[in-house]
Design a protein around this ligand. Structure first.
Ligand code: MN
Length: 482
């Protein structure tokens, strides 16, 4: 059934603020650590008192160059900082030091895959700036509480081109951005704690049109799901307005996550005039070619590169490669595991199977997982050596390894008396007994009911208390039934 919405498409550009995980702030030495008691990381420099002078955090520049290289941007050599003036209680200086006309990174892109569809989202610019403090409006009935620990913490602002065409694509784009900053280890990417925040510029147009209509900016969303929902809500709202012939105003809106709606915050008439001008207290920063090359040479492998390595060198299916590389720490664990085993598929199966389930059940991160990649490789080796099978290994041995990561898989098998037997004589005897027990089934098997093999193997396994090597048991039974 076609609806009025089918005629339109949504046009989205995203601005992502990511907090850089440096030890100190962007323009002074105050700690940038998260979670300290309120207003304890605030020197006169953070407050911009008269007589203080900012200076640039070198590590923050390095991090910004890294994200620029990872997003295929060109890196500007001569960088100027600018003052963006506005008044707000959590902005102690009365202005934010940012970059205006000379963003550090320009004209890059991020590749995204949405429901199997590949697309390229242009990056217009990435610039460096500082964060404001944090205002809390709902803790006190009369006052707004202000914590200035965050004031001056380094941010990068990643501004995409309006290349995004659906809420799903926006979600995937944000997933990629988060993966990038995590792989580069420049930001923890934790949206709930506010280390990544997103503004969305949203407009609509009739499919086939090339013009850009008036857009609405939805500010300060702190979850990818909210961004997706805000885009879906705005699309419907704007289509309904256009269908009614109403004129859409350029405005800033906020997203109410509880109601799932966007609400107007200010219209264009009330838009800020930031009166940007070059920051007089900071000299321009010149970036040399050799500095960029040095950073380039130390860039870690990113998820896309690891994913293609897993597929081409280690022959893993695309699904496995994707899920492992979705999370940087899983990929790092897997890289270690690959050093100790040649059975790459088994390694992937262990990581995506028993290890992932264990972590999910206990709400652990893989960084909290105590069993070493080497111990997992030993477990794979004892299975491949016929000393146990996957079922016993995952159900009996693995839980013991989790309890005591120092006990080797083989030792656990011995202690629990689970060592699988490859004793041909013993298995042959049990196999003969099993077949003798079911003469009619043997006849049926020989008549073509080959599915009965499971029954015979099960008998031998039972008689051996689960210790008979299933592969060898199968082989011996086949010989006896031939
Ligand atoms: Mn900004």
């Amino acid at each position: 059934m076609s609806s009025v919405f089918d005629k339109y498409e949504v046009i989205v550009g995203l601005e992502v603020h990511a907090q850089l995980s440096t030890a100190s702030k962007m323009y002074c030495g105050d700690s940038a650590a998260y979670g300290a008691p309120v207003n304890t990381q605030v020197s006169p420099l953070s407050l911009g008192h008269p007589g203080t002078l900012p200076r640039v955090n070198k590590r923050a520049i390095e991090y910004a160059v890294k994200i620029g290289l990872a997003t295929h941007c060109s890196i500007r050599r001569e960088n100027q900082f600018a003052r963006k003036n506005y008044f707000y209680a959590d902005l102690p200086k009365g202005y934010q030091i940012t970059q205006d006309k000379t963003p550090l990174c320009n004209d890059g892109y991020i590749d995204v895959e949405t429901n199997g569809q590949k697309s390229r989202v242009g990056i217009e610019r990435i610039h460096m700036e500082e964060d404001a403090g944090k205002s809390t409006h709902d803790q006190d009935p009369y006052f707004t509480l202000v914590d200035l620990n965050r004031a001056g913490v380094p941010l990068i602002e990643i501004v995409s081109r309006p290349d995004i065409r659906s809420s799903d694509e926006a979600y995937q784009y944000l997933t990629e951005v988060r993966k990038l900053v995590r792989y580069l280890d420049i930001c923890d990417g934790n949206m709930e704690e506010g280390s990544m925040r997103c503004d969305a510029n949203i407009s609509i147009r009739l499919k086939g049109d090339t013009i850009l209509n008036q857009r609405v900016e939805v500010k300060n969303m702190n979850s990818m799901r909210n961004v997706k929902k805000a885009i879906e809500f705005e699309f419907e709202r704007q289509v309904m307005m256009m269908e009614k012939g109403e004129r859409l105003e350029q405005e800033t809106r906020g997203f109410d996550a509880l109601k799932g709606v966007t609400l107007s915050q200010r219209s264009k008439e009330h838009a800020h005039d930031y009166r940007y001008f070059p920051e007089p207290d900071l000299p321009p920063v010149f970036i040399e070619e050799s500095y960029i090359n040095d950073i380039r040479s130390k860039m870690p492998k990113l998820s896309s590169e690891l994913m293609s390595e897993y597929m081409s060198i280690y022959n893993l299916p695309e699904y496995d490669a994707r899920v492992i590389t979705d999370d940087r720490d899983s990929a790092f664990y897997f890289n270690e595991l690959l050093k100790f085993t040649k059975n790459y598929k088994a390694a992937a199966n262990w990581l995506l199977g028993p290890i992932k389930s264990y972590l999910n059940e206990n709400a652990f991160e893989i960084t909290e997982f105590k069993v070493s990649p080497h111990a997992i490789s030993e477990l794979i080796a004892v299975i491949d050596g016929g000393k146990t099978n996957f079922a016993t290994a995952s159900q009996k041995v693995f839980p013991e390894m989790v309890k005591d990561p120092n006990e080797a898989p083989l030792a656990i098998l011995e202690r629990l008396n689970l060592l699988q037997s490859s004793d041909e004589g013993m298995i042959k005897q049990l196999a003969e007994e099993a077949l003798a027990k079911y003469p009619e089934k043997v006849a049926e098997f020989k008549g073509g009911k080959v599915g009965l093999m499971g029954l015979f193997v099960g008998e031998v396994m039972k008689a051996s208390k689960g210790k008979a090597d299933p592969k060898l048991t199968n082989k011996i039974l086949s010989e006896l039934l031939a």
